[in-house]
Write a protein that binds this ligand. Structure first.
Ligand code: ES4
Ligand code: ZN
Length: 324
């Protein structure tokens, strides 16, 4: 076999597990749990998957979570993602879950963890995909609530590798979460945060300097400030870029205008990820296919993106080296 026929191993580093809830599964779980949704059928729900900005997406993303009630629901969603990701060449996945989004609607932490955790634990054996789990905190809710949830996760011995920060970005800067990140760091947790998705380049700098993040989710607005770009290049800060997400949420007008390959060629440590694949038109392989089709991504660029993804993961050295 020609070695180029062997799929390059990719790591998916920016993935919200609740964003993998496909419309078909939303409808099936609504039926199973007798949850009433304002859609007659799956096509009607699909028509709602049209967004103008981050908030318009978040409204639907949180609303659809109403169908997630039992551990089995969370397990089915997680298993479906891993099956699909494996088929698309993903060999390692770092998944975020939003505990507060479930707590506020009365679904306890234990239900979420009982559903997600066993599926992740068997993923490498069942799907050939190793996994790490991150608890992402909602930046449009109070830091004190996040601190309480983090304490409960730690007390419960939840198998989390680290914490993230997501939800509505503008007006909710990294400086609001310094105590949360200090506490997580003291627990030995890995630190990531969304920054520079819709928010300014200064949020990227603040996520690094005030929160101490080791990786930045999105970061595309860094391009507005050359000094920030130069720093990110010098420090090789990993940026988990999500092209189809940025187009779906209109952070970038058209896929043909997406800066990810220019960022790569400028020396930034970028990776390609799917973010919320059920909502934004595809999984990691679909994002790569779009870059090939619309931006003429070369085999060399694809290989650099693959290597960046493995190197920017939090995998233990043995598996990281095996995938490189
Ligand atoms: C998200 Cl695309 C995106 N941005 C911010 N927060 C999120 N939560 C889920 N998807
Ligand atoms: Zn995201």
């Amino acid at each position: 076999m020609n070695p180029t026929d062997t799929p390059l191993p990719f790591a998916e580093l920016h993935l919200h597990v609740e964003g993998t809830l496909e419309p078909e599964l939303v409808m099936a779980l609504a039926e199973r749990n007798a949850v009433t949704l304002p859609y007659d059928d799956v096509d009607a729900l699909r028509r709602a998957y049209s967004f103008t900005d981050l908030q318009s997406f978040l409204d639907l993303y949180y609303a659809n979570m109403a169908v997630l009630r039992t551990p089995e629901d969370f397990a089915d969603m997680t298993r479906a993602y891993l099956t699909r990701a494996a088929a698309g060449g993903v060999r390692h996945a770092e998944l975020m879950v939003d505990p507060q989004a479930h707590l506020v609607r009365g679904v306890p932490l234990e239900v979420v963890l009982e559903g997600v955790t066993p599926v992740l634990a068997t993923s490498e054996a069942e799907h050939g995909v190793s996994t790490l789990l991150f608890a992402a905190f909602l930046r449009d809710r109070p830091e004190d609530e996040a601190l309480e949830v983090l304490d409960r996760l730690v007390a419960a011995g939840a198998p989390i590798a680290g914490i993230g920060l997501d939800s509505a970005e503008v007006g909710h800067p990294p400086s609001d979460f310094t105590r949360l990140y200090a506490r997580a760091r003291a627990e030995g947790l890995r630190l990531i945060a969304h920054a520079g998705e819709e928010g300014p380049a200064s949020y990227v700098t603040d996520a690094l300097d005030l929160l101490g993040v080791q990786r930045v989710d999105h970061g595309i607005r860094s391009l507005d400030d050359d000094a920030v770009v130069e720093r990110l290049v010098a420090e090789q800060v990993p940026l988990t870029v999500c092209p189809l997400s940025n187009v779906a949420l209109r952070a970038v007008d058209r896929i043909e205008d997406h800066p990810v390959l220019a960022m790569l060629d400028r020396g930034l440590n970028v990776t390609v990820n799917s973010d919320d694949p059920a909502y934004f038109g595809g999984y990691l392989d679909d994002n790569l296919a779009a870059l090939e089709r619309s931006l003429g991504m070369t085999a060399d660029q694809r290989a650099r993106l693959a290597a960046n993804s493995i190197r920017s993961s939090f995998l233990p050295a043995a598996r990281r080296d095996a995938l490189l």
